[in-house]
Design a protein around this ligand. Structure first.
Ligand SMILES: Cc1cc2nc3c(=O)[nH]c(=O)nc-3n(C[C@H](O)[C@H](O)[C@H](O)COP(=O)(O)O)c2cc1C
Length: 198
């Protein structure tokens, strides 16, 4: 079901502002956190920006490894997203475990950078960190070049999201999450086709 996405279309995976899961790995340590603040910043080569607070364990692993994964959860992963965004993996690592094991989150290593790619997510991107020490330090903003991208063909195909109206129901569990605060999410569910004004 996960199909490679042409890197020229990678920006579209995050263009509409979905809440994402940022994954990371360094040696035996691995982690996952939620992030509502991410965006594309370049088409070619595909680059994205994501805010990773410097107090997070994710920040530590990304700085150590020079890479991170972006996994886009569908509506069915709302509880998982809220959970991994509400606890830190730092203490778990000291106990020799991590959020993935604790919550039974299945994943596979990405093909290019080995980043943990969460099973059940609807899109995956592997990103190589573009070192920008000032942005990282001053604004917690990390830039990454997307080096591999995949999406669930039921909801993203030929470079486009397929977001059927909810009442049509066919892929409702796969629609992206948009954080409203305090664990409340809106779900993308309608596509409007705009016309140019005359
Ligand atoms: C829905 C949601 C969105 C979040 N968005 C961000 C974000 O954009 N950037 C950020 O640094 N933290 C964000 N957080 C908070 C982190 O996910 C949280 O601090 C997490 O516990 C960090 O985990 P870690 O220490 O294991 O890396 C968000 C949390 C939630 C629940």
């Amino acid at each position: 079901m996960m199909k490679p996405v042409d890197l020229t279309h990678a920006s579209r995976l995050v263009n509409h502002g979905p809440t994402v899961l940022v994954t990371s790995v360094h040696g035996a340590r691995r982690n996952v956190m939620a992030a509502a603040w991410s965006m594309p910043v370049e088409f070619t080569p595909p680059r994205i920006a994501v805010v990773i607070d410097k107090r997070t364990f994710t920040c530590e692993l990304v700085l150590a490894s020079g890479a991170f994964g972006i996994c886009i959860p569908g509506a069915s992963l709302a509880d998982l997203t809220w959970t991994v965004g509400s606890e830190s993996g730092r203490e778990l690592a000291q106990e020799g475990t991590d959020k993935l094991a604790r919550h039974g989150i299945a994943f596979e290593p990405g093909p290019v950078l080995g980043q943990p790619l969460v099973q059940g997510a609807i899109a995956w991107l592997e990103c190589r960190r573009i070192p920008e020490p000032h942005s990282e330090q001053a604004y917690d903003t990390f830039f990454g070049e997307v080096v591999s991208a995949f999406a669930d063909e039921r909801v993203f195909s030929a470079g486009r999201w397929l977001l059927d109206a909810f009442d049509e129901g066919s892929n409702a569990d796969l629609h992206t999450l948009h954080h409203l605060g305090s664990g409340n999410f809106a779900v993308a569910s309608r596509v409007l086709r705009a016309k140019l004004l005359k």
